[in-house]
Design a binder for this molecule. Structure first.
Ligand SMILES: NC(=O)c1ccc[n+]([C@@H]2O[C@H](COP(=O)([O-])OP(=O)(O)OC[C@H]3O[C@@H](n4cnc5c(N)ncnc54)[C@H](OP(=O)(O)O)[C@@H]3O)[C@@H](O)[C@H]2O)c1
Length: 423
């Protein structure tokens, strides 16, 4: 018996019949170029383990003469969208970030019943349900793992693994560029230098304002809310506050409160409605979000049936995003669940805030008065010479914080209020 077993183990594995799959790629920059490189590096392993040989049959770019991290075979590279769209590939990968081109490619691909894989969060936030419906109608596939979390597989976890867990909330550090900048500036580097490094490493785009003002993370949390709760991401209002103007004051406030500043994106289910927000938050140093350093992303999914699931890993850059694209490309042939889409129901919530305010000539009293006029109670207040005042306020609605901020601004006191979980 044991002899037979040994013989069976020693037998060479049956050769897997090699399938060919054609890929048409739109965009060959940080992410698209890294995908081509990864396909080349993993070619033999993919053929051996998955039985598929991928051929890249068309690569669409803007400028044919731009230097690239990888060379494409002769005749494959083009800047002619119409000619490129004539490809015969079963799988189309979009990594341009160009909104109009991306939606055109997505619709053309899915209408032809092909597989569309994208890294483009703005595209999915604006058109996700429409594209999912197109895929459903025409028998195509829609995959977008690389659009949220970089190399952190949060899309698949929400889409497949946690479907029956009754999700209560999804919270996360979702913008690798912001987190990289916050980490470097908190360590003493200038904002300008941290931004320059983020660009050099391929985390930030030439225009980093979408990262800093929270639009990028808002697109990502809208996508996660769609997967978690079925809320249409194109109509979900995401409350958004950027950190581009007050970063130094906010970091000073975080230091005073013994916390760590992070850009936090959250969506919650409240009595049948969904609300979403992206804003800077001071977190206790022990929080997993505070511990996500540099370009790292961290997501916590709170469920009723399975407790809290946390995922973290590299959230930006070519190689992790290309790995997420490749995993989608490999999944392209598998059946997938269709995400639900329902109307949103936004709600406000009450939170603690840390305040940094210029001390008025009349001392602390006018500040307390202005806050009190909008129902904002004060837990404690402390002056920081020569002219700054720090305070922690009681949990209040965002609208009250906004109104109190406006009043203090009108009084010329340059107020900054940051939501805090460290107080
Ligand atoms: N960078 C990251 O860390 C990261 C992570 C996850 C997801 N993403 C997403 O991935 C996408 C690509 O980002 P990226 O960082 O790779 O950008 P990128 O380095 O600027 O590359 C963009 C590529 O798309 C091409 N392109 C742009 N507009 C085009 C147009 N109108 N027609 C044809 N080609 C066009 C560019 O051509 P040229 O080379 O000729 O200019 C370039 O090859 C974006 O949606 C981004 O949000 C990025």
């Amino acid at each position: 018996m044991s002899g037979l077993l040994l013989q069976a183990r020693a037998a060479a594995p049956a050769p897997v019949a090699l399938r060919r799959a054609r890929i048409a790629l739109a965009g060959c920059g940080t992410v698209g170029g890294s995908l081509i490189r990864l396909l080349r590096e993993r070619r033999t392993a993919i053929e051996r383990e998955q039985g598929v040989r991928f051929d890249v049959v068309g690569v669409l770019v803007r400028d044919l003469h731009r230097p690239r991290i990888v060379e494409s075979a002769a005749g494959v590279l083009t800047n002619d969208l119409r000619a490129w769209l004539g490809h015969d590939a079963e799988i189309v990968v979009e990594a341009t970030g160009a909104p109009d081109v991306a939606v055109q490619i997505a619709r053309a691909t899915l209408t032809r019943g092909r597989c569309f894989v994208t890294a483009n969060k703005a595209l999915i936030a604006a058109h996700g349900p429409e594209l999912a419906a197109l895929a459903h109608t025409h028998g195509g596939r829609l995959h977008f793992e690389a659009s949220v979390g970089g190399g952190v597989p949060v899309v698949r976890v929400l889409r497949e693994a946690l479907r029956h867990t009754a999700i209560k909330s999804v919270r996360g550090v979702l913008n690798g560029t912001c987190n990289y900048i916050l980490t470097r500036v908190a360590a003493g580097e200038s904002f300008a230098e941290a931004l320059r490094q983020a660009r050099w490493k391929g985390f930030a785009e030439a225009d980093a304002s979408r990262d800093l003002d929270g639009r990028d993370a808002a697109d990502k949390i809208a996508i996660l809310a769609w997967l978690a709760f079925g809320t249409d991401p194109s109509v979900l209002p995401v409350l958004r506050r950027g950190l581009e103007h007050d970063i130094d004051a906010m970091l000073a406030a975080a230091a005073v409160h013994g916390g760590v500043l992070r850009q936090l994106a959250e969506c919650f289910l409240w009595e049948g409605g969904v609300s979403a927000v992206v804003e800077p938050v001071i977190l206790p140093p022990t929080s997993p979000f505070a511990q996500a350093a540099g370009e790292e992303n961290c997501v916590a999914i709170e469920t009723r049936r399975s407790g809290t699931i946390r995922l973290s890993g590299p959230g930006a850059g070519g190689p992790p995003s290309a790995a997420a694209l490749l995993s989608d490309v490999l999944q392209a042939a598998l059946p997938e669940p269709g995400p639900r889409a329902t109307a949103p129901s936004p709600r406000a919530d009450e939170r603690l805030h840390a305040w940094a305010i210029t001390t008025p000539s009349g001392g602390v009293a006018p500040v307390l008065e202005a806050l009190g006029a909008h129902g904002v109670g004060v837990e404690w207040v402390r002056t920081a010479p020569p002219s700054r005042l720090h305070a922690l306020t009681t949990p209040v609605q965002r609208s009250q914080v906004t109104a109190a901020l406006r009043a203090l601004e009108q009084a010329g006191l340059s107020p900054v209020a940051v939501r805090t979980e460290a107080g």
